[in-house]
Write a protein that binds this ligand. Sequence first.
Ligand code: C2E
Ligand code: MG
Ligand code: MG
Length: 716
Amino acid sequence: MAYDLTEISRGLLALALEEEVITSFAEKAANYIVEIEDFCHEPYCVLLQIHPQKRKVHPLACVGCTPEQVDAIRQMSNPDCPFFIAARSGETTVLNREACSADCACDCRNNLHIVPFRKGNNTIAEMIVSLSETGSPNEDQLQVLQVISGILSKSIARLLFVEQQERMALLVHENPNPILECDEAGEVTYANPAVKKILWQHSIDQDELLPTNHIEYVRSAARLQTPETVKHDVGESSYSWTYQHDAESERTVIYGIDISDQKRIETQLAHDAMHDALTGLPNRNQLFTILKSEFSVIKRRKDYSFALLLIDLDRFKTVIESLGFEAGNVVLSEIASRLRNWRGHDKVVARLGGDEFAIILEDLSNISRVVELANNIKRLIVEPFRVNENSISLTVSIGIAIGNSLAQTPEGILQNASAAVYRAKRQGTNNTEVFDKEMHLNALARLQVHNELADAMASGDLTVYYQPVLGLNDLRVRGFEALARWQHPKKGLLLPGQFIPIAEETGLINELGALVIKTVCRQLAAWKSAHFPLAWVSVNVSAHQFKLDHLVSDIMRYIVEAGADPSRLFVEITEGTAAEHPERAFEMMTKLKEHGIRIALDDFGTGYSSMSYLKRFPIDTLKLDRTFIMGLPENQDDAAIATTVINMAKSLGMKVVAEGVEDERQAMFLRLQKCDEVQGFLYGKPMPERNATLLLKAGARAKKESNPLERIHITK
Ligand code: C2E
Ligand code: MG
Ligand code: MG
């Protein structure tokens, strides 16, 4: 049959002109198609929007389908279904059920024609019609199909585009974020309602909402063809504006995002980085920044000076130990607020951490006035604090340093104030010290010792001496105490008192301690392989080393590396250190004991440890401090203490070593009290490794009754 192609195109074009909504147009067009006389084999015409890559179809019109079939079409996702094959190839395809998997949702009969509609290289829609029972329509039908597909593909593409534009416009219009469009001159040609809302909220006009250099951003977005982003504040709010140029329309779209919350968080983070969390006071970082700005004032005004006060609470640890951390925090917060509210002088108060505060007193050079103000601060702190029914009185040590054109850097003035507070603390409690020239020289000298000591450790000038410890009944060597010595190239042999405190102050002590322990482990291994009598060596561990979490594992590593026997090693911890950190001491001692290392409590009698701790600690030996031996046997107090300590140690199953035995009368007294072991100049001074080895050799040969110490010449 011949079709009136002109009539068909006119009819479809009329529909396309009439209908602006894609689904109405598709519905009417599909109905129009099935009604073309003798064209469709059965009244079946489906129009689909299709997205082959995403495997998605969206029915636009489904004439001749049951609602179930429409649903099935909506569910389609099988990439091998002819719907998608045709969409991908862009070729008209005849549907073959066999080619499609049995469970495919297309649910269509055989021999349907699938006609893809393309826009550019993409299929955007499809028409599925039933033209003949066999799938082979005649020439005339194919001509009609061509006309239909020509008109439909264009109309559907246009309406889909319009719909998309409308959707976009709606998105822009209803977007809660401000969106504007402007021309090349920066003139705003569109603003969504969100923009108007902001203008109204802040009572501003459009110019104030957009960044000050708005026109510059419009131009550069157009020139660079890449989006430009800029931040701009409006009252309390902050916006981030992105300028994006559209070359086709020659317009620039400006998308805004309210970043006030983000900015608030950033500001909060910046504040937190600079402030102490507990008290809200500026922290060390912030103090540094303030000191820097104080020094920049000095650069401009040579006569300007300020005072830095470092305030360190005395015995704050006792508060924490007796009342707990919470109480400690209450006290620190209260101190912060007392200092903050103090009206003595223009100031900045900061907390440096722990129980350390700092105050900058601005524009002040008169030292006696500074000390007077420091005394006022002391009086402020000394007022009792009330913490859960308890009344606590605290004192502070204050170190003062003056910032003027001589002290140039924040680091420098902080170091000076630290040196002053250190000296104040050494003199007891409640003291104030001003950093002066002498302290400066001391600090310099200490720095020099530190540097030289670091070199000495690297070059092998730091060595270990061994002082024998003997059994008091047979005077045979039981072991040695390892004592650090520094063979200084100019000053000769230096004793620990000349460098250990500086090493402790500067943190070098950890390295020094490690070096001593390593040396001792190697020595133990050497004596072991030479089959000398089994002597032990004890090493001193300072409070700093004691704080290291990895101390025990380090010691074990040195032992294993050297091939030493852990049961030949003693670790000496002073009573003071153990009493100051009893929990840590307990943990550390237990770990050492687990590895077979023995523990000695050094300088016993000077550290005020409590009996309950002593009982709990897994201590092997108490070393009775030299100060109680010196007065023996005449001094009654010393005699009483020595006797008590020896008896107490015995009752706790510990051995006692008397330190610093210098004469026979002391030894006699100790022998009568049944002290186990002795160490002192009477028996042997600390000696280099070579002499200690000779001593052991001699011990191996000596007859039981003779004292080997008498037969070798020992040099210090
Ligand atoms: P300490 O652990 O109490 O060591 C005993 C000190 O008493 C040694 O002093 C020793 O020479 C001295 N001494 C022993 N017998 C007598 C005596 O009969 N008369 C007198 N007047 N003194 C005697 P040294 O070697 O000067 O060491 C002093 C302190 O330095 C040691 O006291 C120890 O606390 C510390 N020390 C030594 N070496 C090290 C080390 O490697 N690490 C650590 N952390 N501290 C060490
Ligand atoms: Mg010792
Ligand atoms: Mg000692």
